[in-house]
Design a protein around this ligand. Structure first.
Ligand code: UTP
Length: 297
């Protein structure tokens, strides 16, 4: 049995510039898919995977995110008085046990690797997960849970991997595959945002990771990489040379890039259609909308 993964880092300190002006005053992670903020999907996924300690790496202006996980005593008392148990139940998912959640500041947006490194003292010498809340994954079994189960076999470092069309590979970290074992691949190299026709494969890394504490130590030494940012990919790639224990995991599920406007809209449609109480009305609307657009073209 490998050591259990009970800690997860949620890097949420980015500026979210692609959603300006909204992100001038709302953290991107509080934006909602249907009626739940992105961060709630990430927390639910982490809980399903057995995570017990939730570490948020935040920055200025993310106060709404911290408030979101507080008990809203007045609201709860009000709902209790009026017998709205269903709504109280919905709120229960937003509450965290005291001490289960920690907030660390990243004082400057120096990149994802730097954000993860900011949590080093809370991680100590344990394996840990990293979840990027703007990658939302619709899956029968939540993605991180799939990965934790696979990790029980492999140990080491594991990144969620997804096939992407070659022209899109430049937007991701891309895996250089050593051995393809189906759901799992062993990795002999990783390139962050490769130039066109320099991508070693079409298997891209997306925002779920299980990492060894060694990766934290690598981040101690790493200077800035692609785009002038401190890249998490570089710190993981160092582990390939050192211990050859980096794996890609082809998860089962559909990933939405909710850090981009198009991805966010697609996720809104998918999650809206997945809700039984909205499905019929929403699909009628979409069909009507598509028909009238076609007629206009
Ligand atoms: P993105 O690349 O999506 O950057 O970060 P961003 O700032 O959130 O958004 P844009 O590109 O300006 O629109 C991916 C993840 O890494 C976190 C972000 O919060 C997001 O969850 N991140 C990125 C940090 O926590 N700190 C950083 O310095 C950079």
């Amino acid at each position: 049995m490998k050591r259990k993964v009970t800690k997860a880092i949620f890097p949420v300190a980015g500026l979210g510039t692609r959603f300006l002006p909204a992100t001038k005053s709302i953290p991107k992670e509080i934006m909602t898919l249907v009626d739940r903020p992105l961060i709630q999907y990430a927390i639910d996924e982490a809980r399903a995977a057995g995570i017990k300690e939730f570490i948020f790496v935040t920055s200025r202006g993310k106060g709404a995110l911290e408030d979101y996980f507080d008990h809203a005593h007045e609201l709860e008392a009000n709902l209790r008085r009026s017998g709205k148990d269903d709504l109280l139940e919905i709120l229960r998912d937003t509450n965290m046990d005291s001490g289960a959640i920690a907030y660390i500041r990243q004082h400057k947006a120096l990149g994802l690797g730097h954000a993860v490194w900011c949590a080093r003292r809370l991680i100590g010498n344990e394996p840990f997960a990293v979840i990027l809340p703007d990658d939302v994954i619709a899956a029968e079994k939540p993605c991180l849970q799939q990965m934790v189960e696979a990790y029980q076999e492999t140990g080491g470092n594991m990144v969620a991997a997804m096939e992407v069309p070659p022209e899109k590979a430049g937007a991701y970290g891309v895996l250089d595959i050593n051995e393809d074992m189906g759901a799992m691949v062993s990795v002999k190299g990783m390139v962050e945002k490769p130039k066109a026709d320099e991508a070693p494969s079409n298997l891209a890394v997306i925002g779920r990771y299980i990492l060894t504490p060694k990766v934290m130590q690598n981040l101690n030494r790493i200077k800035s990489g692609a785009g002038g940012e401190i890249q998490l990919t570089d710190a993981i790639a160092e582990e390939i040379a050192r211990s050859n224990n980096v794996f890609g995991y082809r998860f089962r599920g559909q990933r939405f890039d909710c850090g981009s406007k198009a991805g966010f809209l697609q996720a809104t449609v998918a999650f809206g259609l997945a809700r039984a109480e909205l499905h019929d009305e929403f699909i009628q609307f979409l069909i009507g909308m598509t028909a009238s657009r076609r007629a206009a073209e």
